[in-house]
Ligand binder design. Structure first.
Ligand code: NAD
Ligand code: UGA
Length: 448
């Protein structure tokens, strides 16, 4: 099947950058990203320095392709109808109510997508799972499509995304691998080949791995779980380093130099954040329990538990340093995003650590180079347990400039933004470095 029009549902951190790169690399295919959020679409069509996603290199890609063969639109119906290939890149957060609440993936957005696809399709479609989904979700999607549209043939593929925020454009341009899962039928394999030929425009054929749908769906969850497990492993050892006088950076170096282990994802920190690691592991835990594999579930659950322990441990370390109470202390919170080079604060360690410090009596001055003030205050309002808005107003300020933070009792670095480097080199300031971005005597950091 020749693909002339692609539609992607979901213009978020995955849909936006992924489709921008596909459009850039495939100038003969029209790529339209649609979203239910009209403001987001407006922002994607707006000034390049105000795109809804901040990623190094993204605005250059959008600048080249937008209006040529890359489009952002609120017309979901028209673009589904027109496309031969439809990517679903909508959010799949952890369920907050009903069966599996707190663990299982909430599939309501993916199911809504499937219903829209069924409703608006008048010709055969290849439907692609780009979102991260529990294994065997394709079955559910197929059920919805077939029961709600009996005239069109739908082929479902799994093509999980492995980009990391902050390096998305680089990751998409030079992926380690592209994974495509499809049915072992003639039409299934035709659909797989159609997607392979899109990626083959810029990814070497050997890096495009084709599997069955279930392996592809599960590989994505397993990959995130393995990466997060390394971070929790090194973080658990950071606690032991602090007790024994071993140095966690030296430990990471020594462990990582073994080529069988490798040096990546061994950087001790205040804990991993981001919208996916925790939710994907919890989803994996839920799946294991669902299939009666309770020991396996407990093994993976421990990765999340150690992550919570690390955030808590780091905050307590700061409180202990000041004698067990932060009343009357002013703490500068440097960094709100969950890692550098992104404006995404979902599940950021900063949210939890700052809440613990606030609850211990501290006044906080919060600064992040890319996360908007509005996002920070929304996070506080939605995610901190306290609903005492007067107290928050009196004791929390969010500043737009690092220099606006006047004489704090301590700096707490929670994101490894390059611009915090100079603080590290300052003499006579107290620094709690949750990101371990440098080694310096006058700071208290993880694992030393
Ligand atoms: P996001 O929240 O940034 O974007 C999702 C978008 O989908 C939102 O803009 C929302 O308005 C839109 N949407 C939801 N339901 C819709 C519907 N029915 N119709 C139209 N639009 C709808 O989420 P994200 O970070 O891009 O993640 C998307 C998926 O990709 C998730 O499953 C996630 O686990 C996975 N993933 C994310 C990353 C990452 O780095 N963020 C990396 C790999 C995989
Ligand atoms: C992660 C995976 O790396 C991607 O492959 C995957 O596609 C994505 O999740 C997803 O499914 O959403 P991301 O969360 O964007 O990407 O960023 P990472 O670089 O993996 O960092 C995650 C967190 O772990 C950050 O808070 C980071 O600071 C922390 N981390 C990472 C450490 O604490 N130590 C490390 O050594 C590495």
């Amino acid at each position: 099947m020749e693909i002339k029009n692609i539609c992607c549902i979901g213009a978020g951190y995955v849909g936006g950058p992924t489709m921008s790169v596909i459009a850039l690399k495939c100038p003969n295919i029209n790529v339209t990203v649609v979203d239910a959020n009209a403001n987001k679409i407006k922002a994607w069509n707006g000034p390049l320095d105000k795109l809804p996603v901040f990623e190094p290199g993204l605005k250059e890609v959008v600048e080249k392709a937008r209006g040529r063969n890359l489009f952002f639109s609120s017309d979901i119906e028209g673009n589904i109808e027109k496309a031969e290939m439809i990517f679903m890149a909508v959010n799949t957060p952890t369920k907050t109510e009903g069966e599996g609440a707190g663990m299982a993936a909430d599939l309501r957005y993916i199911e809504a997508c499937a219903r829209d696809i069924a409703k608006y399709s008048k010709s055969d479609k290849i439907v692609i799972e780009k979102s991260t989904l529990p294994v065997r979700t394709a079955e559910k999607i197929k059920e919805i499509l077939i029961s709600e549209n009996k005239t069109v043939h739908f082929e479902i593929l799994s093509n999980p995304e492995f980009l990391a925020e902050g390096t998305a454009i680089e990751d998409l341009s030079k992926s380690d691998r592209v994974l495509i899962g499809g049915d072992d039928t003639e039409s299934g394999q035709k659909a797989v080949n159609a997607l392979v030929s899109i990626y083959a425009n810029w990814i070497e054929k050997e890096k495009i791995l084709t599997t069955n749908v279930w392996s592809s769906e599960l590989s994505k969850l397993a990959s995130n779980a393995m990466l997060a497990q390394r971070v929790s492993s090194i973080n658990s050892l950071s606690a032991l380093c602090e007790k024994t006088g071993a140095n966690i950076d030296e430990l990471s170096m020594a462990i990582g130099m073994d080529h069988r282990i490798g040096r990546h994802f061994l950087k001790a920190s205040v804990g991993f954040g981001g919208s996916c690691f925790q939710k994907d592991i919890l989803n994996l835990v839920y799946l294991c329990k669902y299939y009666g594999l309770n020991d396996v579930a407990e093994y993976w659950h421990q990765v999340v538990k150690i992550n919570d322990y690390q955030k808590d441990r780091f905050a307590k370390k700061i409180i202990e340093y000041f004698g067990g109470n932060l009343t009357g202390k002013k703490i500068a919170i440097l960094g709100w995003s969950f890692k550098a080079n992104t404006n995404d604060s979902r599940e950021s360690a900063a949210i939890k650590v700052s809440e613990i410090l606030f609850n211990s009596g501290a006044a906080l001055s919060i600064y992040d180079p890319k996360v908007q003030k509005k996002t920070i205050s929304n996070d506080i309002e939605a995610l901190w347990e306290t609903n005492n808005s007067v107290l928050i107003k009196n004791r929390v300020e969010i500043v737009e400039n690092l220099n606006d933070i006047k004489q704090p009792d301590a700096f707490v670095i929670l994101t490894e933004w390059e611009e915090f480097q100079f603080i590290i080199n300052k003499e006579s300031v107290i620094i709690f470095d949750g990101r371990n971005i440098n080694q310096n005597k006058n700071k208290v950091s993880i694992g030393k």
